[in-house]
Design a protein around this ligand. Sequence first.
Ligand SMILES: [Fe+2]
Length: 206
Amino acid sequence: MTCTEYKFSISEMSRTQGMRMIAASLVLIVLAFLTSVAVHFRDDLADLAIKWAMRREPDLIIGSPRDPYMHRHFVIPKNRLFNIYLHRIMRDDDDRALHDHPWWSIGMIIRNHYFDIVPRIKTLFRKYGSGDLMAVRRDEWSITFRRAIDMHRIVLPGPGKQEAWTLFMTGPEVRDWGFWCPAGWRSSRVFGEKLDRASVVGRGCS
Ligand SMILES: [Fe+2]
């Protein structure tokens, strides 16, 4: 390579890198702007989302239709890789045991707050029996990331059990999910469902 060709390739490379830096900066500025707008109007956006959900039938009712645990609304078309749901949490999670999930998830509470019952010592791997538990308050607008193997149980606040709304994102299904009984993990298919306050199907931890 001659000296002239070398200078040319250096200047070409600098120009390309410069354009990339400008493009990246613009993207960051736009993202920062959109984020600040979303944060500023977040209560209004939450109102809009909740009104949207209340005007339509849920895409999925979890629990008994007579006493549902949760209404799930699909924000984007349901698919195998990535989903966004709006959750209307209407009562506490099944209190017989902590549960884990089939996918990783990121949840943001957009209305009200709740308590998360979690192991006092977070486990890196799937080894948990009947360890100490603690209640962690998840405030409105808090964001929680959970691996598929992370176990928990949601408890709504107050005697009135005021419902909570969350925006909930999940990745692809990567595993069977289940409940953590004192004797060990049990698949949800065996554990069964607590349909409402009076009726239970499945063997639970017994
Ligand atoms: Fe859960």
